[in-house]
Design a protein around this ligand. Structure first.
Ligand SMILES: Cc1cc2nc3c(=O)[nH]c(=O)nc-3n(C[C@H](O)[C@H](O)[C@H](O)COP(=O)(O)OP(=O)(O)OC[C@H]3O[C@@H](n4cnc5c(N)ncnc54)[C@H](O)[C@@H]3O)c2cc1C
Length: 258
């Protein structure tokens, strides 16, 4: 009898200074950056959709992060803090103490600009992961719907799924050249949804795919990550089908400009 019990973990908050070791262009809109540093010796990421908070250099090229008080981060007036963005630990190699992160090159924004110029030797700050939601491993099927920012989590999840599980995966990407090889011991069915010039925030590729999709027999966990409004809409579509909350995790990975 399946239990479908998720596990919520908290980790001590650790800030680390990392150094870029290698930069690789995976596809036209994605760069893989491998970070190293002794500070990674106790890095832990328990779930494939964990995130770290990356601190990018400020206008003076410095990493400046807030101090942490009893009620959270403390910001002083007049200090040029580093822009901070969320990224998925795509892979952690404990032996080499190396953390791999895949960055979308979407155009503008401190993280995207930094990624475009990144080269070995540069420094970056990383906080967390602060917590992990480890999704129950006894669902028959894991259904994943995401845009290109979700690809690192989806790729990692597929790699971690054992044989005997099934995954149904829908990934919306800018175009054909943005497809990337994904591997799993589980049986998975992958559908690439190419926007071909359509806007990432107003595209409806994922919504159409979800509307046409029927879950296979057995129980299914549904995971969604995309632009915030679209993630909300996709979650709503599942709720209207009667899918219960404990079988859905939907997260806005970025916010379209108002
Ligand atoms: C839990 C979590 C995990 C994430 N993991 C990853 C990851 O592994 N890799 C990754 O690349 N991203 C990931 N993201 C998304 C990433 O944090 C955002 O895309 C972030 O906004 C990028 O910051 P920026 O400084 O480049 O742009 P911002 O300064 O945040 O935004 C600047 C402008 O760009 C637009 N914009 C931001 N992101 C996108 C986008 N992807 N496509 C089109 N327009 C965009 C905004 O609407 C805004 O108009 C994750 C987000 C979350 C919440």
């Amino acid at each position: 009898m399946p239990m479908n019990t998720h596990l919520s973990l908290r980790h001590p908050l650790v800030f680390r200074q990392l150094e870029v070791r290698r930069v690789e262009t995976l596809t036209p809109h994605m760069r893989r950056i491998v970070f190293g540093g002794a500070a990674l010796h106790d890095f832990v990421s328990a779930a494939p959709d964990d995130h770290v908070k990356l601190f990018f250099p400020n206008a003076h090229g410095e990493i400046v992060r807030p101090t942490i008080g009893p009620n959270g981060p403390l910001y002083e007036a007049g200090v040029a803090y580093s822009p901070m963005r969320d990224y998925t630990p795509r892979h952690y190699d404990a032996q080499a103490q190396e953390l791999t992160i895949d960055f979308v090159l979407h155009g503008d924004g401190p993280a995207a600009r930094w990624t475009a110029q990144a080269r070995p030797g540069q420094a970056i700050g990383a906080g967390g992961p602060r917590g992990s939601l480890v999704i129950a491993d006894d669902f028959d099927t894991y259904a994943m719907f995401g845009d290109e920012t979700a690809l690192p989590a989806i790729g990692r999840w597929l790699e971690e799924l054992p044989a005997g599980k099934r995954a149904e995966v829908f990934v919306e990407i800018p175009g054909h050249a943005d497809r990337q090889p994904l591997a799993s011991a589980a049986k998975f069915h992958l559908t690439w949804l190419e926007r071909d010039g359509a806007d990432a925030a107003s595209s409806t590729g994922l919504e159409q795919a979800l509307a046409a999709w029927q879950p296979p027999a057995g129980d299914t966990f549904h995971w969604i990550a995309a632009e915030s409004e679209r993630a909300r809409r996709l979650r709503q579509m599942l709720a209207e089908r009667g899918v219960t909350k404990d079988c859905i995790k939907a997260t806005g990975y970025w916010k379209a400009a108002a």
